[in-house]
Design a protein around this ligand. Structure first.
Ligand code: ADP
Ligand code: MG
Ligand code: MG
Length: 201
C-alpha cells in the first residue's frame, strides 16, 4: 500500500469536493468542514515525502491535520491517521491484514476522542462500517478490501440522513439535524475512495 499516494489522493478529492462538504456543513453546522479539511490536507500533502515508510507518512499527515485543521474534524482525522500510522510501525510493506489492523486502530482513536457511537450522525457512521467491511474482505487482497470499505462507507454516510445528531455541532440543532447528510461522514467516504483509487491495480 502506497500511503503517500493515498494521502495525496485524499487531499485531491477533498479539494475537488470542498464546496459540497462546506455546503453540507452549512445545513447542520457552521459551514467550514470543506475549507477546514482542505486546508489541513494541503498542509499535510506539503509535509509528506515519498521516501517515508507508510506508518510515518500517516503519522506525519495526522500530526499536520491536528495542527492545521480547524474545528472538530482536525483532531478527529488527525488522531485517526496517527493511530493508523502507529499501528503500521516501521514496516516498509503494508498488506491488507496490516492495513485492516491500522484502520481498526484509527476507528478506536476517533471513538476515544469524540465519544461517538454508530448512529450519532458523525464520521463514525461511515468509518465503522468501512473498517468492518475492510476487515471482512482483507483475505481477498487490498484492492477488494478497499472497494468493500468504500461501498460500506458510502452506505453508512447515506444512512446518516434520517438520523438526529447526538455529537458535535449538529447536535445543537436537535430534531432540525434530521434530513441532512453528515459532512464528516461524507468526507470519510473520500478517505476510502482515495484508498480504493490508489490500490486499484
Ligand atoms: P466543527 O463542527 O468544529 O466546525 P467540522 O465542520 O470540520 O468541525 O467537522 C464536523 C464533522 O465532525 C461532523 O460532520 C462530524 O462528522 C464530525 N464530528 C463532530 N463531532 C464529532 C465527535 N464527537 N465524534 C466523531 N465525529 C464528530
Ligand atoms: Mg464545521
Ligand atoms: Mg467550525
Amino acid at each position: 500500500m502506497d500511503a503517500y499516494a493515498w494521502m495525496i489522493r485524499f487531499s485531491e478529492l477533498v479539494t475537488a469536493d470542498a464546496e459540497r462538504l462546506t455546503r453540507l456543513d452549512s445545513a447542520i453546522g457552521d459551514g467550514d468542514h470543506g475549507s477546514n479539511l482542505d486546508r489541513g490536507l494541503r498542509a499535510a500533502a506539503e509535509a509528506l515525502s515519498k521516501d517515508l515508510p507508510p506508518g510515518k507518512v500517516l503519522i506525519t499527515a495526522g500530526r499536520t491535520l491536528v495542527s492545521k485543521t480547524g474545528g472538530a474534524s482536525g483532531p478527529l482525522y488527525g488522531t485517526a491517521l496517527r493511530r493508523a500510522g502507529k499501528s503500521l510501525g516501521d514496516a516498509a510493506e503494508v498488506g491488507a491484514a496490516e492495513l485492516g489492523a491500522a484502520l481498526r486502530a484509527a476507528l478506536e482513536g476517533v471513538q476515544e476522542l469524540g465519544k461517538a457511537s454508530e448512529g450519532d450522525k458523525t464520521m463514525v457512521d461511515a468509518l465503522a462500517p468501512a473498517v468492518a467491511a475492510f476487515e471482512a474482505s482483507a483475505g481477498e487482497g487490498l484492492p477488494a478490501a478497499a472497494r468493500a470499505a468504500l461501498d460500506a462507507a458510502e452506505k453508512g454516510a447515506e444512512a446518516t440522513v434520517p438520523l438526529q445528531a447526538r455529537k458535535g455541532r449538529a447536535s445543537y440543532l436537535g430534531p432540525r439535524s434530521v434530513g441532512h447528510l453528515d459532512p464528516g461522514a461524507a468526507s470519510t467516504v473520500l478517505l476510502f475512495r482515495a484508498l480504493a483509487d490508489v490500490t486499484d491495480g
